[in-house]
Design a protein around this ligand. Structure first.
Ligand code: SF4
Length: 382
């Protein structure tokens, strides 16, 4: 019997107005407009996390900022504080639809921020498509697109000869800066009309398994590029965090350095900063071993987890030569795509998966954390 039990799939992502219960309280997800926080907003989130949450702040793979450990009692005051920072939508429905990841490498005048703002506005308009909670958009319209591999459904991205409208897959359709947003909204309506939504759920990749794209999607997309690593970028310093999590003091310290751009790689870009910051817990070196491991919240912070994940990932990091994903269950929240190595917790120990997702084909099962740490078992599978 496969020990990977089917996880509970919620079918929606937490928001600020509609938080999700976790093992350490409510998870409140803030969606910064244009993927950017001003210093005042970042400082404000840090203070609110300290006062109304447990002080821990996550960066999500949807380029959002999550406050953890919020209670039913503290949630209303937290929302008031976030509203004062201009980080709250009109209602939970608008918030859920505004699921937009923006390339952190945009520059003034390249249109990225304008497209993202227009898309957000279109998604909250009266006749906006009624999309499932996990349906997401990408605005990757800087010189070099970098977000082809993120979890999303519709992309607006830079192609070889101009802007493109794309879905998961190799082909796209040319658009202009003026037609980009209307074309993205039209494609979202097409997704619904083709039966992409069932019981409030649905993703474009699933629809495209049995439904062809409109025939004007004939332009090849540019190939995916490697995930960026911490260091200097033309727009500022890119910095990482162990498991994409930081205490509120770290965010407050970063806010003093400049505006922050949120990335889907659980890193932040500090605008216009030329020297690497020296802040405890902030990863500035591309070869830091902690960048080789990805781990979800795990036990006890997640109610679905079968084991703790982060202590194991931390212990294994120095031994690794390739990326390892440690998942508390088969859902694989922290890394929905295939990783070179994955350890998925089950009620009977960890399962090892090679080049797969957290619910992929098992190579070994029943592994215990202590044996994994003491032996070289992970490096025995080419
Ligand atoms: S993958 Fe991790 S965070 Fe997601 S539900 Fe499973 S245990 Fe929880």
């Amino acid at each position: 019997m496969n020990p990977l039990q089917a996880p509970i799939v919620q079918g929606w992502c937490p928001g600020a107005l509609r938080p999700m219960q976790s093992g350490d309280g409510l998870v409140v997800r803030v969606r910064p407009r244009g993927g950017r926080l001003t210093p005042d907003q970042a400082r404000g989130i840090a203070q609110l996390a300290a006062v109304h949450g447990n002080g821990l702040i996550d960066l999500s793979n949807r380029a959002n900022v999550q406050l953890r450990g919020v209670t039913e009692a503290s949630h209303p005051a937290l929302i008031d504080g976030l509203r004062g920072l201009d980080l709250i939508d009109t209602d939970a429905e608008d918030e859920a639809r505004r699921n937009i990841i923006v390339s952190p490498f945009w520059t003034e005048g390249d249109g990225s921020q304008e497209i993202a703002a227009a898309l957000a506005q279109a998604l909250s308009a009266p006749h906006a498509p009624n999309l499932p909670g996990k349906f997401g958009f990408v605005v990757d319209t800087a010189v070099q697109p970098v977000l082809r591999d993120v979890s999303a459904d519709i992309w607006l991205e830079t192609g070889a000869e101009g802007l493109l409208l794309a879905t998961p897959g190799p082909l796209a359709k040319p658009v202009t800066i003026e037609t980009a947003v209307p074309a993205a909204i039209a494609l979202a309506h097409w997704f619904i009309a083709q039966g992409g939504v069932t019981e409030g759920r649905g993703r474009m990749a699933n629809l495209l398994k049995h439904c062809a794209l409109p025939e004007d999607f004939t332009t090849p997309r540019r190939p995916a590029v490697a995930r960026p690593t911490p260091g200097m970028q033309p727009q500022g310093q890119l910095v990482g965090f162990e498991f994409g999590q930081m205490p509120y003091e770290t965010l407050a310290a970063l806010a003093d350095l400049g505006p922050l751009r949120i990335t889907p790689w659980r890193m932040l870009l500090i605008e216009n900063l030329t020297d690497a910051p020296h802040i405890p817990g902030v990863i500035t070196q591309p070869d830091d071993p902690m960048l080789r491991v990805i781990a979800c919240t795990g036990a006890p912070g997640c109610l679905q987890a079968h084991a703790a994940t982060r202590p194991l990932a931390r212990a294994l990091a120095p031994k690794l030569t390739e990326t390892l994903h440690v998942s508390g269950c088969a859902k694989g929240c922290a890394y929905p795509t295939a990783a070179p190595l994955t350890l998925t917790a089950t009620p009977t120990g960890f399962c090892l998966i090679r080049n797969g997702t957290a619910s992929g084909t098992l190579l070994r099962e029943g592994l215990c954390a202590a044996d994994l740490i003491e032996t070289n078992i992970l490096n025995e599978f080419p």
